[in-house]
Design a protein around this ligand. Structure first.
Ligand code: AMP
Ligand code: MG
Length: 333
């Protein structure tokens, strides 16, 4: 199959809508990462997404809708705080999990009685969702466990010849996946951290929890139990107070391979005599650059050595979560 990479012109959007109506998968730009979209009402189309990605079938998908789409037929009620958050943060990088009415394909939620909904703000995503005129399931457009894509080229690297169309909206400005927020309880609870932070949610509605998975329990957000976002090279990870050990690790690798550090700007400045990828100086910059640098890292480095950034709060909570998963530091399963 030929994979076309097209800017979202009227003719490209018409083509995208035709592919979706035919049950095909279409990749599209969002403000977080690129998504791999298909018709949420069609069992075949939803299953195709799992098959294309090699995604475990117990990891549910997020349904993406246009800003004017009325979600009330899909969900079984909305608490007042969720209505407030929806008006405050959508369209934007926030996914809201509601009780489901079971109206979309049963394969979307993988047996959970909830449905995750997102309204992306990217003009390309909005134009695509308007043209498709359907709710669209869309996980990140990468092979399962690989690094999420933040350019059309990244999507093509994983799916060349496997999907008919990538809607190219340029680089993703956010860079990490949406915040996933459980809106089924008395107060909102973050299932996955992202650019809409706990602090921002708490400021809007007074309180916001963070979900901690308990041993033996079925996770509320199954995707977070998997190893994720991994570059295809060896990795090592050090906290910022262990730079000496990190340099020793680099020196050892240097004998046979090509080590690279991945660290924030101020640490890069300290390590300036070594190969290093600069994540940036602000949390937003680090979110935007992380996945591109992990993909660049797997091409250039035999060993990628992550140095944990110093800041841990706000947007950095999401960046740290992705970094630790990429470097294999999280081991929930
Ligand atoms: P991805 O689309 O690959 O970025 O992953 C989507 C994330 O949303 C995964 O962590 C899923 O487990 C999570 N998710 C999707 N649907 C639900 C749901 N109904 N309840 C809880 N988490 C969900
Ligand atoms: Mg993903």
């Amino acid at each position: 199959m030929e994979t076309k990479i097209l800017r979202p012109s009227p003719s490209a959007l018409r083509l995208a809508a035709e592919y979706i109506a035919d049950g095909e998968a279409v990749a599209f730009h969002t403000e977080t990462v690129y998504g791999l979209g298909a018709n949420a009402f069609s069992d075949e189309a939803v299953l195709k997404i799992f098959a294309l990605k090699g995604r475990p079938t117990d990891n549910p998908l997020i349904v993406h809708v246009h800003a004017d789409y009325d979600i009330s037929p899909l969900i079984d009620g909305e608490p007042p705080y969720a209505a407030t958050l929806r008006k405050r943060f959508l369209p934007g990088p926030l996914t809201m999990v509601y009780p489901s009415k079971g109206k979309v394909s049963r394969y979307v939620s993988c047996g959970l009685d909830t449905l995750a909904i997102r309204v992306p703000s990217s003009p390309t995503a909005q134009a695509f969702l308007k043209a498709a005129a359907l709710p669209i399931v869309a996980p990140s457009a990468n092979l399962s466990k690989h690094v999420s894509p933040v350019t059309a080229r990244h999507v093509d690297d994983d799916f060349h010849g496997k999907i008919p169309l990538i809607l190219d909206g340029g680089d993703c400005s956010g860079g990490i996946e949406s915040t996933v927020l459980d809106c089924t309880g008395e107060k909102p609870v973050i299932l996955r951290e992202g650019l809409v932070t706990r602090e921002m949610i708490a400021a809007a509605v007074g309180d916001c929890g963070i979900y901690a998975m308990k041993k033996g329990e079925r996770p509320k957000s199954p995707g977070m139990a998997y190893k994720h976002y991994s570059p295809r090279c060896k990795t090592a990870y050090f906290t910022g107070d262990r730079l000496g050990d990190a340099v020793a690790c680099y020196r050892e690798e240097e004998k046979e391979g090509s080590p690279y550090f991945l660290c924030e700007s101020k640490v890069c400045a300290v390590l300036k005599e070594y190969n290093a990828f600069d994540l940036g100086g602000t949390p937003e910059e680090m979110a935007r650059r992380l996945y591109s640098l992990l993909r660049k890292g797997e091409q250039k480095a035999s060993l990628l050595i992550g140095i944990e950034p110093y800041e841990k709060e706000g947007v950095m909570a999401g960046v740290l979560n992705r970094m630790k998963r990429a470097f294999g530091v999280y081991h929930e399963t």
